[in-house]
Design a protein around this ligand. Sequence first.
Ligand code: AMP
Length: 462
Amino acid sequence: MTDTAFSSLKLHTDLLKNLSSLGYEKMTAIQMQSLPPILAGKDVIAQSKTGSGKTAAFGLGLLQKLEVKHFYVQSLILCPTRELADQVAKEIRKLARTIHNIKVLTLCGGMPFGPQIGSLEHGAHIIVGTPGRIEEHLRKATLKLNHLTTLVLDEADRMLDMGFQSALDAIIEQTPQQRQTLLFSATFPAQIKSIATKIMLEPVMVQVTSSHDESIIKQHFYKVNDEKQRLTALHLLLLQHNPQSTVVFCNTKREAQQIADHLSDLGFSTLALHGDLEQRDRDQTLVRFANKSISVLIATDVAARGLDIDAINLVINYHIARDTEVHIHRIGRTGRAGSKGIACSLYSDKEHYKVALLGDYLNRIIESETLPTLKLLDQPPGKPLMATLLIDGGKKQKLRPGDILGALTGKNGITGKQVGKIHIFDNHAYVAVKQSVIKPALKKLTEGKLKGRSFRVRIIRA
Ligand code: AMP
């Protein structure tokens, strides 16, 4: 039997102890396969996705060989988006919390440049960032990578999808030849293979077969005759399942926006997530979806990749994905963290061959099911449980979740159970509360004080 205990690896005792205090009892599949070659200093290409435990796989690798006494950049992790970079940095800080004095810095686009220079001047061991901004720092010589020992490309396929190829080339050129390169990617298009050949030395391939257990994610397929029926089918499936959190995958930004507009007109609580959104709107959309104030997120593959939300009940493929790996990746957004999920895929005659390919992969014959009865269309869409309040203050004003919770639940306030997720950004914060108490919650926050002062608060309307 393969040993799944972290203690079977030659990790520093500090790291091991911390893993057990974090409650990481067993290695995940990707960790089991990739950690031995990573710790042996080899270049590794790993097929993995968010939720597989990939961050700890490369994170432990780089922490194991980090020399804290040397205050220069030893590891660089490149991520496609700021959200992913933030998640990765958070996970690495967690893994490193027993190592004294370690400095992990995020450098992402969309954030002011000046403070990043200041932080770099103070020195850092590990940098997590997006390619465009890292390239800019290199060009301005505010970042130096001449002591780099580990380079990680996280969600490499997505970085390429987002047009970061030339930034990646420029960055890699400035790293020492003698380095360990780890490449994590959900899919392996030809472009990734060619990058790997160029920048890696005899890489070890690690692939965890994504066996989406059909008892966890129940898949349904529906054939539609034309685009009009496709839209009706989506409407019917949403009414039939009526879940709190659904992601609908579209092939293009335009389609995502059009569908979101259409569903909104029908009374659904929905927003589109695609690459044309400004960072602040993107953050707000994700927050409102994660805190259950928005029930249906209409997303393109590119925009949804970094998304890490546990409780998605339903995934709908408005068009069946262009290839099997993308399909598996999409539906893997549901049925996570021990809960069951449903995935519904719509396809036309022209898309039938993709369904056949998927059937080969899943080793089963896929047949179209009958759509729910049109009578359902008389039913109004379900409403979300929660609503979001936007507070005009954040980390910079030293606001913490406890302050907001305290203000809401204080004297004559609402109960703790009526408060949902709280997300704090630099200069603003969001708090979700039950729809039924939105007015008293607003009143309480507006009239009360947070950190001794008044903030502007408003309800974000759907
Ligand atoms: P990732 O795929 O890196 O985004 O990780 C998904 C989540 O799994 C993160 O919240 C980690 O904290 C958690 N995690 C990673 N490795 C383990 C493990 N071996 N046991 C339990 N949880 C883990």
